[in-house]
Design a protein around this ligand. Structure first.
Ligand SMILES: *Cc1c(COP(=O)(O)O)cnc(C)c1O
Length: 426
C-alpha cells in the first residue's frame, strides 16, 4: 500500500490486503491450526527461521491483519493483539521486566492497571514506584533506580481525564536508558500518536473506542521500533542475550526493530497464551473502519456536554481538557489538538447519595461498567471499578470519591444533554 496514507484511509483500508479472487473483507480465520506440506517446513517455523502460521496461540492471519492496521495508525513498526487491555499492559511491561527489576508509573492510571502493577506484579517480584505525572523532571528522576526498566503512563487518564506531558516523560525515561510505554486507549491514534512525542511502546484496551460498539474485549501492543535495546544491552538481557527456549537465538540480532514484538509473541504469548480470538479481532476491525468518524463525534458531543455541565449550578466541578479553565487545557491543545475523547469526569454538589440518585434518574445514559463506546454511559468509580481502593488511594489516582465518569456517546447531543438536565432536576 502507498506510504504516508492519512489516518482515515488507514482506518478503512490498512491490514488485510487481498489478492486476486480473495475476499474483499477481512475473513475470520477461525482455525487453530495451519497445514504444511512436509515436516521440515513446520520445523523451520518452530525455529523462528521462517515466518508463517502454525498455531493460533502464536499467530493468526485475522489477528495479524488487525494488528498491522493498529500499528500503521500509531506509526509503529510492529503490533500484536492480546485478549484484553489488561493482558496488553502486563505483556508490555513483563516483556522487559523480570523478578528483581523495577519500573516507574504515573499514579493517574486505570484502576485495573493500578492493581496489576501494584499487587499482582509485585507477587512476581517486580517492584514499581508511583509518581505524580505533573511533577518536575527533577522530582520524577528520584523514582529511578539502577534496576529500573521502563516508565509508564496514560495519554488521558481513566477516569481522571488528566493529560500526560508525553515529551517530559520521554525525556526522563531516555535519560535513564529505558523506554516510555504509553497506554493510548482514551486518545486513540486518531487524536494522539505518542510515538511522535517520544514514546517507545504504545498499548491499548481495544475494548474501548477502537472496537467502539462494546462487543469484544481486546488489547494491543505497538512498538515504534525506536528504542535502541542494544545501547542498553546490560539492562535488557532478555532481548539482547540468547534465549535458551529458542535454541540460543538473540532477538535483537535476529529481528532488529522487530525484536520487542517478536519476543512478546514468541515467549509471552507462547507461554501465557492471552490471544485475541479471531472472531473478536474481526469485530475490532469493523470498529476500526469508523474510528476516525466516531472519535470526531465523541469529542464534539463531549465538548458540548462539558460546557453544559460547567455552567450548571448543581455541578461542583468538571474535568475535561477541552474546557479553557482545565489545568490540562494547554497540554490538551499541544497533544490533542483535534479533541481528547468522549470521557468527562465531574462531581455534583451534595453528598455521594446525590451522585447515586442522579445516576439512577438517567434514562438514555445507562449505568454500565464500560466506557468509550457508541452509547452514552455513566459510572461511579468509587462504588464500581475502583471500589478496592481506599479514599487516599483514590485521591492519589485522581479519582475523587464523588467523581462521576460520563462517557459521552455518538447520539444526538441535544438528547444527551436533555437526559442529564432531567436527572439534575429536583
Ligand atoms: C479498560 C482499560 C484497560 C483494561 O482493558 P480491558 O480491555 O478491560 O482489559 C487498560 N487501560 C485503560 C486506559 C482502560 O481504559
Amino acid at each position: 500500500m502507498a506510504k504516508n496514507l492519512k489516518p482515515e484511509t488507514i482506518c478503512v483500508q490498512e491490514g488485510w490486503k487481498p489478492t486476486k479472487g480473495e475476499p474483499r473483507v477481512l475473513p475470520i480465520f477461525q482455525s487453530t491450526t495451519f497445514k504444511y506440506d512436509n515436516s521440515d517446513q513446520m520445523a523451520r517455523l518452530f525455529d523462528l527461521e521462517d515466518s508463517g502460521y502454525f498455531y493460533t496461540r502464536l499467530q493468526n492471519p485475522t489477528n495479524d491483519a488487525v494488528a498491522a492496521k493498529i500499528a500503521a495508525l500509531e506509526g509503529g513498526v510492529a503490533g500484536m493483539l492480546t485478549s484484553s487491555g489488561q493482558a496488553a499492559n502486563f505483556y508490555a511491561v513483563f516483556n522487559i521486566c523480570e523478578a528483581g527489576d523495577h519500573f516507574v508509573c504515573s499514579t493517574a492510571i486505570y484502576g485495573g492497571t493500578y492493581n496489576l502493577f501494584s499487587v499482582t506484579m509485585k507477587k512476581l517480584g517486580i517492584e514499581m514506584t508511583f509518581v505524580d505525572q505533573n511533577a518536575s523532571e527533577e522530582e520524577l528522576q528520584k523514582a529511578f533506580r539502577p534496576n529500573t526498566k521502563c516508565l509508564f503512563g496514560e495519554t488521558i487518564s481513566n477516569p481522571g481525564c488528566e493529560v500526560l506531558d508525553i515529551e517530559k516523560f520521554a525525556r526522563v525515561a531516555h535519560k535513564n536508558g529505558v523506554p516510555l510505554i504509553i497506554d493510548n486507549t482514551f486518545a486513540t491514534p486518531i487524536n494522539c500518536r505518542p510515538f511522535e512525542w517520544g514514546a517507545d511502546i504504545v498499548t491499548h484496551s481495544t475494548t474501548k473506542y477502537m472496537d467502539g460498539h462494546a462487543t469484544a474485549v481486546g488489547g494491543a501492543i505497538v512498538d515504534s521500533g525506536n528504542f535502541d535495546w542494544q545501547a542498553h544491552a546490560d539492562k535488557f538481557l532478555g532481548l539482547c542475550t540468547p534465549d535458551e527456549s529458542y535454541h540460543g537465538l538473540t532477538y535483537t540480532d535476529r529481528f532488529g526493530k522487530m525484536a520487542y514484538i517478536t519476543k512478546a509473541t514468541a515467549q509471552l504469548m507462547r507461554d501465557l497464551g492471552s490471544i485475541q480470538s479471531p472472531m473478536n479481532s474481526f469485530l475490532l476491525n469493523l470498529g476500526l473502519e469508523t474510528l476516525h468518524l466516531r472519535m470526531k463525534r465523541h469529542c464534539e458531543n463531549a465538548q458540548a456536554v462539558a460546557e453544559y455541565l460547567s455552567k450548571n449550578e448543581k455541578v461542583a466541578w468538571v474535568k475535561y481538557s477541552g474546557l479553557p479553565d482545565s489545568p490540562y487545557y494547554e497540554l490538551g491543545k499541544k497533544y490533542l489538538p483535534n479533541g481528547s475523547c468522549g470521557v468527562i469526569a465531574f462531581g455534583l454538589k451534595g453528598t455521594r447519595e446525590d451522585a447515586i440518585r442522579f445516576m439512577d434518574k438517567l434514562n438514555l445514559i445507562c449505568i454500565v461498567t464500560h466506557v468509550a463506546d457508541a452509547r452514552s454511559c455513566v459510572l461511579h468509580p468509587a462504588s464500581h471499578t475502583h471500589r478496592q481502593m481506599s479514599d487516599e488511594q483514590l485521591m492519589e489516582a485522581g479519582v475523587a470519591p464523588d467523581l462521576i465518569r460520563l462517557s459521552v456517546g455518538i447520539e444526538n447531543v441535544e438528547d444527551i444533554i436533555g437526559d442529564i438536565a432531567q436527572a439534575l432536576e429536583d
